[in-house]
Design a protein around this ligand. Structure first.
Ligand code: SAM
Length: 355
């Protein structure tokens, strides 16, 4: 916290997205640069860590998509933000059961945190996995991009709209230099143009602009158009069009103010799915209807798979597996808040899990 205060003393103020980037990824004290945040003992838990069945379903989905693409000799699974590598390891474990596919795939991992990259390298034993620093490095395909809680973890900008004027939200220090607070500064013309171009100005007076996500979606679309393949994402977010103030911070499984403990707590926001859908469609990709995580996993047969597995399990094992499944599927837990987006090349008819 003190280190962030020192940066703010030096810089006077930072646009919100830069502040989030410093709080999460500053080389010395950024949240993701110094700790493994996942799990019961950490700050939050994600679907791949809750149940191996999550990764197993995605693996089967990837193999079906590969079949739909005509079983190409080479295919890339590019995982964005692989965290503690649970999903990657679950994918590989399932791929091992499908020899034809196993001979064709390579996994590429894009990870910004040096700390997490180190953890991933320690936990992933397969030679079929390589790390990349930039999406531009992907030079063959088809490419299936897979991302769980990647986009909701990217820094966003917030714009405050008052009457017809636009202000960018910056972060600064209070007069006594002890507290961190927001400061509204007149938005630059190109920022206003960007949010107008993205159709973001019609609702509410706090506009969230996921500039970093848009940058990634642009790059991903280009790769899919060039090499074929698709993008499958899981994030929390909303589908109705209203803009919302969704910035949040989490530490030890509890929400806190984003300025309470920067550097020691995660900062995230919700995805505006209407924006993602429109942007990807304009980028010439075709999308399936965005659905909930619960619908997607159930259509893939996660419950049937659990029932089969449960036949050989102890009572305790069964209870644990179904307890975890409930977390993934229940509408009061992760089932509805988490949505699944699938974008692919136009004309492709693959829609497993969505219809
Ligand atoms: C919320 S965690 C999700 C981790 C994992 N996918 C899971 O579900 O357990 C976000 C992940 O994305 C990574 N990340 C965030 N921004 C990134 C970026 N710009 N480039 C690459 N990785 C990034 C984080 O370091 C972390 O591994």
């Amino acid at each position: 916290m003190n280190k962030i205060i020192n940066i703010l003393k030096e810089q006077k103020s930072l646009p919100l997205d830069q502040f989030i980037d410093v709080a999460l990824y500053n080389k010395k004290f950024g949240y993701y640069m110094k700790k493994n945040p996942f799990g019961k003992e950490g700050d939050y838990i994600t679907s791949p860590l809750i149940s191996n069945l999550f990764g197993e379903m995605i693996a089967v989905w990837c193999i079906s998509f590969w079949e739909n693409l005509g079983k190409p000799d080479k295919i890339v699974i590019a995982e964005l933000g692989p965290g503690d590598s649970s999903l990657c390891n679950n994918l590989i474990a399932t791929f091992k059961n499908f020899t034809d596919f196993y001979n064709c795939f390579e996994i590429k991992l894009l990870e910004k945190s040096t700390k997490l990259r180190k953890i991933q390298k320690g936990k992933i034993k397969s030679k079929k996995v390589k790390w990349i620093k930039n999406i531009d490095e992907l030079d063959y395909g088809p490419i299936i991009f897979v991302a769980n809680e990647f986009f909701d973890s990217l820094p966003i900008k917030q714009i405050y709209k008052k009457k017809k004027l636009f202000f960018e939200r910056h972060v600064t220090l209070s007069k006594n230099n002890k507290k961190i607070e927001f400061l509204n500064k007149k938005a630059k013309k190109n920022l206003v143009k960007s949010i107008k171009d993205l159709n973001l100005i019609s609702h509410g007076n706090i506009i969230e602009y996921p500039k970093e996500s848009i940058k990634y979606l642009k790059k991903i679309s280009k790769k899919i158009l060039k090499y074929d393949g698709g993008l499958l994402t899981f994030d929390y977010g909303y589908i109705d069009q209203k803009n919302r103030d969704t910035l949040q911070s989490v530490k030890k499984h509890k929400h806190l103010n984003i300025f309470s403990d920067p550097g020691n707590a995660d900062i995230t926001s919700h995805i505006n799915y209407k924006l993602f859908y429109e942007f990807l469609t304009k980028s010439n990709l075709q999308l399936e209807k965005i659905i909930t995580q619960s619908e997607f996993l159930q259509k893939l047969g996660i419950i049937e798979r659990a029932n089969i597995l449960s036949k050989k399990m102890s009572f305790k094992g069964k209870a644990d597996m179904f307890f975890r499944l409930k977390k993934l599927l229940d509408h009061k837990e992760m089932g509805s808040l988490f949505k699944v987006l699938f974008a692919k090349k136009k004309g492709n008819k693959f829609s497993l899990g969505f219809k």
